[in-house]
Design a protein around this ligand. Structure first.
Ligand SMILES: [Zn+2]
Ligand SMILES: [Zn+2]
Length: 537
């Protein structure tokens, strides 16, 4: 049996999303977090991207438990897909488990799953898992100290070092130090903001800004869009509404559900009578509308308001619209379009560039430096970031005195090993991206994605080729197309296309397809997907 600890990330290295890390020792492994990634703009039709679970499935008899750091989708969203195929206890704090329960319920998996509250110490095979509280943009977040036979690991999870957070949960570095009296062998640290100088501002600044905006909006309606999981900020907004004598109406499914869940679990205090139905006829000046859609998501409540398609709310000149959520990289274009639409409807729009209406849930460079100096790990693995974040985090660790050879940049599938004295990487896994499109999970591979990209850019052409029993043309070939050219206006192109068919149709569908694709490219510099169809008469 191997006397080494293996750390094997299946996601979160070189990307922000689908966080999942395997810790393995001998015949035992635990999984920390099991998240999804949201698709990039060129992943047409894809709802979610999952980690490749094959390694876990192959070794499922070794799996002693799944431990969750917090309830964000990039940490819990893939659980329903993993729990279809493996049976292991899932540990988390109450809010995290509440959010997981709802996901499992939707997937009809709740009855067969084993959810357990994460205690002060969990014995999972040779691992002792001990949580410590961290400040983050969702309550009840933890980092983990994982004691292993070769030394202690600190898995920070997502964190910031906010001394005055809304909700009062600070990152407890003292507890972290107490949990690691023998020192720390290796730290996996959140790298999200490794390119942001200084410290991440406290959530208290957002509360002050919102208070000022409430005062300025006297007599007008206020609409605030934020992430449905930033419960501390939702709490702040509800308090401000009370202070300024306003009622609160909710729009957006995830928002309504999260507020309900957080209330049930005691994470959110809602003064009696302050919530009103979005249909109620509350005068505009007495109302705050809380909405989803800070990222300009197509079907979100705020985007529907911006497009004049929201059933209950139409934006009026004078409305104050506050976007209280930083734009996630990649969403700039859709957010920009939504902002333009809101301005054109006469709203007074306030967003990130104009006032501190949002702060990040992740520490910046100085916060990360403080974490490194508190933990003083022997080895360091930057996690939860794109390549640039990981490299900058490793360089930052070196500024605090770590040797470059003790910092490790991993990719998804890398196998990092340590015997407690030395550390090295060896023979990583080749992983696939697993795409979810509606009910299709993993059926869509690279080839289908390439077709979708081509279809989206150049459309398709079907060539209908009538042939007789001797494979001779028995009539005029026809073309059908979508998204390529308008056929009625393209007589000459199609005549020449028919000529190509006459010349190549006896060589078989694959050759004919290639000939037609080359022909269309030569003529138009466009590459539609071509589908030859022989019709036997
Ligand atoms: Zn998070
Ligand atoms: Zn995260």
């Amino acid at each position: 049996m191997s006397k080494n600890l293996q750390i094997l990330p299946l996601g979160g290295m070189g990307e922000i999303g689908k966080n999942l890390t395997i810790y393995e020792y001998g015949n035992n492994m635990i999984v920390v977090d099991c998240g999804v990634m949201f698709p990039e703009n060129d992943m047409y039709g894809i709802d979610l991207v999952l980690p490749d679970f094959s390694y876990i499935l192959k070794n499922k008899n070794k799996l002693r438990g799944i431990v969750l750091t917090h309830g964000h989708m990039d940490h819990i969203g893939a659980l329903p897909y993993l729990l279809r195929d493996v049976n292991a206890p899932v540990y988390g704090t109450p809010l995290t488990l509440g959010l997981v329960r709802r996901k499992l319920e939707e997937a009809n998996l709740l009855a067969n799953s084993d959810l357990r509250p994460l205690g002060e110490v969990e014995h999972l095979g040779p691992f002792r898992v001990k949580p410590f509280p961290v400040a983050h943009s969702i309550p009840d977040s933890v980092g983990l100290v994982i004691e292993t036979p070769v030394g202690s690991v600190v898995h920070t999870g997502d964190y910031k070092l906010d001394e005055t957070p809304a909700g009062g949960r600070t990152t407890d570095l003292n507890k972290l130090k107490k949990l690691t009296p023998e020192g720390v062998l290796v730290m996996l640290g959140d790298s999200t903001n490794a390119d942001q100088p200084g410290r991440t501002e406290t959530e208290a600044v957002v509360a002050e800004t919102l208070d000022r905006l409430f005062k300025q909006a006297k007599g007008e309606r206020i609409i605030i869009a934020t992430f449905s999981s930033v419960l501390a900020r939702l709490q702040e907004i509800i308090y401000l509404a009370e202070k300024h004598n306003r009622k609160v109406a909710l729009t957006g499914r995830s928002l309504v559900e999260n507020i309900e869940l957080a209330r049930e679990l005691g994470y959110l205090k809602v003064p009696k009578g302050i919530l009103v139905d979005i249909h109620a006829s509350t005068p505009a000046e007495d109302l705050v509308i809380l909405s989803t859609g800070s990222q300009g998501e197509l079907r979100s409540a705020l985007n529907r308001m911006a497009n004049g398609e929201h059933r209950q709310v139409s934006i009026q000149p004078g409305d104050t619209v506050i976007i209280s959520g930083g734009t996630i990289p990649g969403n700039e274009e859709v957010v920009g379009r939504m902002l333009n639409n809101l301005f054109e409807r006469g709203a007074h729009v306030i967003y990130g560039a104009m006032a501190t209406v949002h702060v990040s849930g992740h520490g910046s460079r100085e916060d990360m430096r403080m974490m490194l100096e508190a933990v003083k790990p022997r080895f360091m693995i930057p996690a939860h970031g794109e390549a640039r974040h990981l490299h900058l985090h490793a360089k930052l660790a070196q500024e605090t005195g770590m040797k470059a050879e003790n910092t490790f940049i991993l990719r998804d599938g890398s196998r990092w090993l340590t015997d407690g004295k030395k550390a090295w990487t060896e023979g990583g896994l080749e992983l696939d991206e697993v795409y979810v499109d509606g009910r299709l999970v993993g059926e869509i591979g690279e080839l289908v994605m390439r077709d979708r990209q081509r279809l989206s850019q150049d459309g398709f052409v079907v060539a209908l080729i009538p042939i007789d029993k001797k494979n001779k043309l028995s009539g005029e070939p026809q073309f059908v197309s979508r998204g390529f050219v308008y056929l009625k206006d393209s007589g000459k192109l199609l005549d020449e296309g028919r000529e190509q068919i006459r010349r190549h149709h006896t060589k078989g569908a694959a050759q004919l397809r290639r000939a037609l694709e080359d022909f269309f490219y030569r003529e138009t510099q466009s590459r539609p997907v071509v589908l030859p169809q022989y019709i036997q008469s």
